[in-house]
Design a binder for this molecule. Structure first.
Ligand code: HEC
Ligand code: HEC
Length: 435
């Protein structure tokens, strides 16, 4: 039996005993109508009262006062700790509810009537995943009704893409609590991320559930050290994966070539089979060509440029969330220039230098990327934060942020010679420290 339950039972017994005594006294008059009422009975004479009896009464009250004193002291000492434990328990339960909301049916926390299946897209460990999504072409010609759904105009057919859903174990490092609440409440229209909050007019979850989800996501957070280490390792992984794609596709081309050669040598092969094999080889070659171009492009990139792709491009480059998964896909629309704007604004063609001009602008831009600016506060030359841009100070090193900022300012800046000189000499120095 727990301590708490024991106390409750003791209390109940004490109340019951008190009531029994009161009723016994009330009933005593009925049982014995001849006895004198208690308030009319003369009390003990002074001689008797002022003897040991008085001492006993005084001693009893002293002991009771001492017990009270100790109990009160214990209560005051214990109370802050008890309150804290209460808050912790409250948070713990909120996290448990959040875990249930997040879960999918592969997880222990899953409950069919509550779970929202976030894990289907973001992964069971919340470390990121993918979602199959259908996208429509936004080419001009595809706006015409006769081209929509027309097999003769294949570039206008909807295509299925593999859309990346971000790692949420870094989410509480790059977003404030208020930002996370907003993202989950309103979702990301135009992406697979749904709106969940009643407040959005589309979701069904109240503020408490959103809060539970945010507490859950926050409880999963990796440390800042782990995050920066991961960001650093990701640069090499990015280069290696581009190389590995070429190796894989080269193997596929070799295999297709061998299959075709063997089929051509075999007189029993039908024309149709030859055609299929030729088509397969052509497709493999096209994919290899795309993967090779991608690999060669990646090979020329600075660390800053790769860090931009890994951390920023999904918001600042349209299509990056699905292009990055399969750069060798022949049916994907052509990717617009990096940083040319999507959910986050266009950063190219000097836009960044207009928002963050000159030397002080550079420092401002570093601060913007490092710490962000709360919603409705000013940033840069004439920006007002909408509270949507994440901040990266806890997941990237100072040198990495500086490398990204330099990349944005140089490669995206349509720079006048003067500011270009200033910018690049600084970044040269920085690149040395990076290397
Ligand atoms: C159908 C797939 C899908 C489901 C289900 C889903 N998400 Fe997402 N979520 C995404 C995608 C995709 C993004 C990235 C959108 C983008 O490209 O901007 C995202 C973004 C987010 C982000 C912002 C992360 C960042 O780094 O920008 C948070 C937080 C988030 N989701 C939480 C949740 C929670 C909590 C749930 C469940 C209540 C959920 N998601 C369910 C697909 C999904
Ligand atoms: C989750 C989406 C998202 C990600 C990821 C993101 N940004 Fe942004 N970014 C935005 C949004 C949205 C804005 C517009 C400002 C606002 O709404 O407050 C913005 C604005 C900016 C601006 C100011 C542009 C201007 O002209 O006002 C810069 C510079 C910038 N981002 C750089 C970066 C860098 C560098 C990274 C990666 C380290 C990055 N962003 C990652 C969403 C994102």
């Amino acid at each position: 039996m727990s301590f708490k339950l024991t106390l409750i039972i003791l209390n109940v017994i004490a109340v019951a005993v008190t009531l029994a005594v009161v009723f016994w006294y009330v009933g005593s008059k009925k049982r014995n109508p001849e006895s004198e009422p208690a308030n009319l009975t003369p009390f003990l004479p002074d001689e008797q009262l002022e003897g040991r009896r008085l001492e006993r009464v005084l001693a009893t009250s002293l002991i009771s006062a001492a017990i009270m004193l100790i109990a009160l002291l214990a209560y005051f000492i214990w109370e802050p700790w008890r309150t804290e434990a209460g808050t912790d328990q409250f948070l713990e339960r909120s996290i448990e509810r959040g875990a249930t909301l997040f879960a999918n049916d592969q997880m222990d926390e899953y409950q069919s009537e509550f779970s929202l299946l976030c894990a289907d897209c973001h992964g069971e460990e919340a470390t990121g995943g993918t979602e199959q999504e259908i996208i429509e072409s936004d080419l001009d010609e595809c706006q015409e009704e006769e081209n929509q759904g027309n097999v003769d105009v294949p570039q206008c057919l909807p295509i299925q893409v593999t859309w990346s859903a971000p790692d949420l174990t870094r989410a509480s490092l790059i977003y404030s609590r208020a930002q996370l609440i907003d993202i989950i409440t309103y979702g990301r229209p135009g992406t697979p991320m749904p709106a969940w909050g009643v407040k959005s007019g589309e979701g069904a979850k109240n503020a408490q559930s959103i809060n539970d989800l945010v507490n859950y996501i926050t409880s999963l957070a990796m440390t800042s050290e782990e995050a920066t280490q991961q960001s650093t390792e990701a640069i090499d992984t990015y280069r290696d994966e581009a190389e590995a794609k070429v190796t894989d596709l080269q193997a596929a081309v070799d295999e297709s070539t061998a299959a075709l050669t063997a089929a051509q040598a075999d007189p029993a092969t039908s024309e149709d089979d030859l055609e299929v094999l030729t088509d397969e080889l052509e497709l493999a070659q096209e994919q290899l060509a795309l993967a090779t171009a991608y690999r060669d492009d990646v090979a020329t990139l600075s660390d800053g440029a790769i860090l931009f792709r890994l951390n920023c491009a999904r918001c600042h480059t349209k299509g990056w969330s699905y292009f990055e998964n399969e750069p060798e896909r022949v049916d994907l629309p052509v990717l617009p220039p990096q940083g040319s704007g999507a959910y986050g604004p266009n950063l190219t063609g000097g836009a960044v230098l207009l928002q963050f001009p000159g030397k002080s602008g550079l420092l401002n831009q570093v601060a913007w990327v490092t710490d962000g600016v709360p919603a409705n506060r000013a940033y840069g030359a004439r920006g007002i934060s909408s509270g949507r841009m994440p901040h990266f100070g806890s997941v990237l090193t100072k040198a990495q942020i500086r490398a990204i900022v330099d990349y944005e300012r140089e490669l995206f800046g349509d720079v006048s010679s003067e500011s270009a000189g200033g910018g690049s000499s600084e970044s040269d120095a920085d690149e040395e420290t990076n290397a």
